[in-house]
Ligand binder design. Structure first.
Ligand code: 5AD
Ligand code: SF4
Length: 489
């Protein structure tokens, strides 16, 4: 399991790069779309919805921005430097627009929602600004900009989940896929811009989720990652007070949903992100423990190990509560990987408070972590209520301590995984050698092994014989040996 360092995208799962020109064939006279995605897994998942909607409207996708009629950038606002990166990218697009004045440029996602019309004024080359709940309107908005006007739709919705839209898969491996199960967030963590950019929390119809997973399995996918800002508060047919809405319709909570998706096929692995410590209940852990295809991996962002800081962050839990949830994971699933998010240098963070984050990390020993310097975001509660008073230099110093500690834990945790035989889902060719493949075990640990006759998308049994950095190396063994010696499912 890897260590993710510093000021990165909010990529909470595995999508390494934040740049994803979409694939697909271009042909004839159709209008051509080029799309880039930045930020979290949810944005990558949304981009698949966008392509689906625009394909129905006659667009074909291209990997070459130069030949596009429409360039869309799906943006991230989570930290200031995510936005800066996108602004830089827009500067580069100026050349394209100069060469092809008819080219239309659209901004989607969180920056679109946060800045709205302001974006059109600040970035003259932008023609279209479309928020995360307005993607169904894209074909109409494109017609509007085709006549030379500018177009904006940043309406947020309480209902939109794009439930019935079949996403056009943009992943590269054809084996693992994201499936969005809910949108928005009602939590109001004081540092976070997401409730403003993605609106109120709403859950997607469980039937459409299960149907999407069935379709994926039939197409050869063997792993889904269920996505939501706070998956533990997934609910269907319950109102916000927990009252049943329609007695004729079954109630589905997150644990129930996990069981429904696990039943799609025993050969379909299921992961999810992100869990919220205040809402993660034992029934979710019990469901995971009793289904081998529910992967033993939990992303449980702590943000800080100090209860006073957590209070200022409005996270809704204390250090003790968080550690109790970790204890519950370890009790119910003695072997389960845990990862986290940490913010260094939040408003008013003292040295002692920073030290308590380090001590919590030592107690939990995370397999992986995303670690960030606090970045003040406009309109958030923290911006209005607190002073951003830890200097940038000090934030950097504390972040480095967090990163160094996490690196040592990640290496130790991966070394702990050397020895057993693991059931591994093959995801692709190793970056280092064409003769080797890589895949993951249930703990999301990466294993590299000789290619042999094996194919991407197959399960193999791999004995982990050594670890370098955060990668395991091993040898494939037969199913008979795996059964005889035992293996980690
Ligand atoms: N500054 C730094 N990190 C942030 N995150 C969210 N908002 C901010 C911010 N203003 C981090 C949190 C969250 C992850 C997705 O991004 O750790 O869990
Ligand atoms: Fe942001 Fe908190 Fe919601 Fe996560 S749970 S998206 S950090 S407000």
């Amino acid at each position: 399991m890897s260590v993710r360092e510093g000021e990165q995208t909010i990529d909470e799962t595995r999508q390494g790069e934040s740049f994803a020109p979409i694939t697909g064939e271009s042909s004839g006279e159709s209008r051509k779309l080029y799309l880039e995605s930045y930020g979290c897994a949810m944005n990558f998942s949304d981009s698949e919805i966008v392509v689906s909607i625009l394909s129905d409207a006659g667009f074909v996708t291209t990997q070459d921005a130069d030949e596009a009629d429409l360039v869309l950038i799906n943006t991230c606002s989570i930290r200031d430097n995510a936005e800066k990166r996108i602004r830089n990218r827009l500067q580069h697009l100026k050349r394209q627009k100069r060469l092809k004045p008819a080219l239309k440029i659209g901004i989607l996602g969180c920056m679109a929602e946060r800045l709205r019309d302001q974006l059109l004024e600040e970035e003259q080359l932008v023609d279209m600004v479309v928020g995360p709940d307005a993607y169904r309107d894209l074909p109409r908005l494109f017609e509007e900009v085709s006549t030379g006007q500018k177009a904006v739709n940043t309406l947020l919705s309480r209902e939109e989940t794009y439930a019935e839209i079949e996403p056009v898969r943009l992943d590269k491996n054809g084996v693992t896929s994201f499936v969005s199960i809910m949108r928005g967030c009602d939590n109001m963590c004081t540092f976070c811009v997401v409730p403003f950019t993605r609106g109120r929390e709403r859950s997607r119809d469980p039937q459409s989720i299960v149907a999407e997973c069935h379709t994926l399995f039939e197409k050869g996918y063997r792993e889904v990652t269920l996505l939501g800002q706070n998956v533990d508060s997934y609910k269907w047919n319950l109102d916000n007070k927990g009252q049943v809405k329609d007695p004729a319709v079954p109630v589905v909570r997150f644990a129930d949903l996990l069981i429904l998706v696990a039943a799609v096929n025993p050969d379909l692995r299921v992961r999810f992100s992100t869990s919220h410590p205040k809402d993660m209940t034992d029934d979710v852990l019990l469901a995971m423990a009793s289904h081998t295809n529910l992967c033993k991996y939990i992303h449980l962002p702590v943000q800080s190990g100090n209860s006073d800081v957590l209070k200022r962050m409005n996270r809704g839990y204390t250090r003790e509560w968080y550690l109790d949830r970790v204890a519950a994971i370890r009790r119910i699933m003695p072997a389960c990987a845990i990862s986290t998010d940490v913010i260094s240098g939040f408003c008013g963070e003292t040295l002692a408070e920073h030290e308590s984050t380090l001590s919590l990390m030592r107690e939990v020993r995370y397999d992986m972590a995303f670690m960030f310097k606090y970045s003040e975001r406009p309109r958030t509660l923290a911006e209005r209520k607190f002073e951003d008073d830890v200097t940038d230099e000090e934030k950097g110093r504390r972040l480095q301590e967090v990163i160094d500690l996490q690196s040592s834990h990640a290496r130790a945790r991966i070394t702990d995984q050397v020895g057993p035989i693991y059931k591994v889902l093959i995801e692709g060719t190793s970056r280092k050698s064409e003769d080797e493949l890589f895949g993951r075990n249930t703990f999301n640990g990466v294993l590299v092994f000789a290619r042999g006759q094996h194919q991407v998308g197959q399960y193999v049994f791999v004995r982990a014989s050594s670890a370098t950095g955060v990668t395991l190396h091993g040898e494939v063994v037969s199913e008979a040996i795996a059964n005889e010696e035992g293996y980690v499912e």
